[in-house]
Design a protein around this ligand. Structure first.
Ligand code: K7E
Ligand code: CUA
Length: 632
């Protein structure tokens, strides 16, 4: 969600009681309200307060030396990275560079990371949005975390045993990968993601800006193991967010701009957009039967899932829906209204009938509760409650799903349980394990786009504010403010019992397998030998490291040589990481215990050039250095 939308609102003031602020976007609110239930009155809130039974009582305190209960995986937003947080302490445990470059680890600089980045190795920027872990039978399995790069249409995979990125692909035929989730059941065979911006098919320079009839947005289905695009589905409108069911049958994506407008006015003219539901079995069958086309000179099968196709169904929902969230009991898809104050509840059990045309698309909607202004994303607990971020109201609305369905059916019930002020303008929110069958109703994170007055001012650019909310009782309780950098869009929380990480690298790790293959060709055993291989203008320098020494304290190259330094860390001690850094060359990397890492640069400066270990490893770490002589 862009920050731009909020400018006018911010100018109107921040105070929650500010009437102008509440009425911002009021027109859309009224238009979208239709015949849904009336908003909460003060009297209703009072009744709720009386009925209060259990208090939120989770402890957010994690004492020094104690460990957190959850791993939180945070998108780093436009920093392009992923971060691991401890929850509930909200301590940042690690940063995983993905689409960015990182001088601490050498990500984007080392030969290994460049191989993983592949054809996009020259791109040094990224905009990461949605980190989601692979699952088995609807539960996190601790194997991979996938994340999209909206800026460069990429999808990356992080291996959770070492917490390093091990695959990055650029998705063809689309621009801007946005919503990303995984197949939950029976296991994550596929990663699903939306191509957001509609582009001409083919996009070969022959299309015009005026005739947009060939502009399309594609839904992408990626094989989680091979990280190849299995197929794409062409749709009407442009895709935003997505999620999968708990039956292994359907995926659903929100679509805004069903108008196919090319500017803001055109994009928000229609009162209704839609949710596209994809039948996985029908799509797979169509690929098998060869019922696809290819575009832009690549061989990725593109299925036609536009209106009228048997592969998809279009469910009309109020204008410009954003988030798409599956309830952990597997019963509902919830599409979040954004420009409508409502969310739309789609009954997954009705989708079979929808696909066999026994019911009409709107018949799949079983509830459309009105929650407040700017609903963006919804999270769930294990007690049938949902938590929806209200971007414009700067609140989280807690509501009961079955009560909202009953109200839609005409019953006089109050589905709203509580509204909690958050600070400010929340985008995503997430509950502990809430996108899995293990949803436990303990914690809720609200990722707020603005922090305004919540922290010491640090100049015109402020941090975002990730707030921790205890949802274990009947009422949500805000317990922590956490400043973060560069707009974490989304996050998820995985119980620590699901994650098993390695303490040392194993020598057969695929991340450096190719480097070891090159060593083999050179006849060098990098575990035992320190050796310089001269290969025309190329020089490969193999050296070991064991605290506080490199296996080679000097070597010579010629001016202009392309030098590759391959360092193997022989230490078998947990947490003893070495670095390799050449002064004045932009050469810097991490070599974990038992790992091999390599980096290539041009020796373009004559004379003595010191290299040193840049990760503190030993009392004599400062002395861990050597000389490269560049002969003119
Ligand atoms: Cu709502 Cu990219 Cu998930 Cu931002 S998206 S908020
Ligand atoms: Cu090795 Cu510092």
């Amino acid at each position: 969600m862009s920050k731009n939308i909020d400018k006018a609102q911010i100018e109107q003031g921040n105070a929650p009681e500010n009437a102008d602020r509440r009425s911002f976007f009021g027109k859309s609110a009224i238009l979208g309200a239709g015949a849904v239930a009336a908003p909460m009155t003060a009297a209703m809130f009072a009744t709720m307060a009386k009925a209060k039974a259990s208090e939120a009582a989770n402890s957010p305190v994690v004492h020094p030396g104690e460990l957190d209960e959850y791993y939180g995986f945070w998108s780093g937003g436009h920093s392009g990275e992923v971060r691991i947080m401890g929850v509930p302490s909200m301590r940042e445990l690690m940063r995983i560079p993905v689409f960015n470059i990182d001088s601490a680890t050498g990500w984007g600089l080392t030969d290994e990371s460049k191989r993983i980045k592949g054809e996009s190795a020259h791109l040094l920027a990224g905009d990461s949005h949605h980190p989601h872990m692979s699952m088995t039978d609807g539960r996190y399995n601790g194997k991979y975390v996938f994340i999209n790069d909206k800026a460069n249409s990429r999808v990356a995979r992080i291996r959770c045993d070492v917490m390093k990125t091990d695959k990055i692909i650029t998705v063809p035929n689309i621009q801007a990968v946005h919503g990303l989730r995984v197949q939950k059941v029976p296991y994550t065979k596929y990663v699903i993601c939306n191509g957001e911006f509609e582009i001409p098919m083919n996009n070969d320079g022959k299309a015009s800006l005026e005739d947009v009839s060939t502009y399309r947005s594609l839904f992408n289905v990626i094989d989680a193991e091979t990280m190849e695009v299995s197929f794409q589905v062409m749709v009407d409108g442009n895709l935003d967010n997505t999620d999968a069911d708990y039956d292994g049958k359907y995926f659903a994506s929100t679509c805004y701009n069903s108008e196919m407008g090319m500017n803001l006015g055109e994009m928000i003219s229609a009162e209704r957009d839609h949710v596209v539901v994809f039948s996985l079995a029908r799509c797979e069958a169509a690929v098998k039967a060869g019922k696809f086309k290819t575009y832009n000179g690549n061989n990725v099968p593109v299925l036609d899932g536009r209106k009228g196709s048997s592969l998809t169904r279009y469910i009309p929902v109020p204008k410009s829906p954003h988030g798409m969230n599956t309830s952990p009991n597997g019963k509902y898809f919830v599409a979040n209204g954004k420009l409508s104050p409502t969310v739309s509840i789609i009954a997954i059990e009705k989708l079979d009938d929808l696909f066999s045309d026994k019911i009409k698309p709107r018949d799949a909607i079983v509830g459309e509760p009105e929650l407040g202004l700017g609903p963006l994303h919804t999270a769930f607990d294990n007690k049938g409650n949902a938590y929806t971020t209200l971007f414009l109201d700067s609140q989280i609305a807690k509501w009961n799903v079955e009560d909202a369905i009953a109200a839609y059916g005409g019953k006089k019930v109050n589905y709203l349980r509580q509204k909690l002020d958050v600070h400010y303008q929340p985008g995503h929110n997430h509950t502990s394990a809430g996108e899995t069958r293990d949803a436990d109703g303990k914690w809720l994170i609200s990722l707020c786009k603005f922090s305004k007055d919540r922290f010491l001012p640090v100049g015109p650019l402020r941090p975002e504010n990730d707030q921790l909310i205890d949802i274990s009782g009947d009422e949500m309780k805000l317990v922590h403010d956490g400043p973060t950098f560069a707009e974490p869009h989304d996050c998820m929380m995985v119980h620590r019992s699901k994650v098993k990480t390695k303490k040392l690298w194993t020598r057969d790790d695929p991340i450096f397998a190719e480097t070891l293959a090159i060593a083999k060709k050179d006849g060098v055993d990098p575990m035992t030998q320190n050796k310089v291989i001269r290969d025309g203008n190329k020089v490969r320098v193999y050296m070991t490291s064991i605290a506080p020494n490199y296996g080679m304290s000097e070597f010579k190259v010629k001016l202009g040589n392309e030098v590759t330094v391959i360092v193997t860390n022989l230490d078998q001690v947990e947490d003893v990481t070495h670095g390799f850094c050449v002064t004045n060359h932009g050469v810097q990397m991490e070599i974990g215990p038992q790992a091999t890492a390599s980096i290539t640069f041009i020796a373009d400066k004559p004379g003595v050039q010191w290299y040193y270990c840049n990760w503190f490893c030993h009392a004599l770490h400062m002395e861990m250095r050597g000389r490269m002589l560049v002969e003119a």
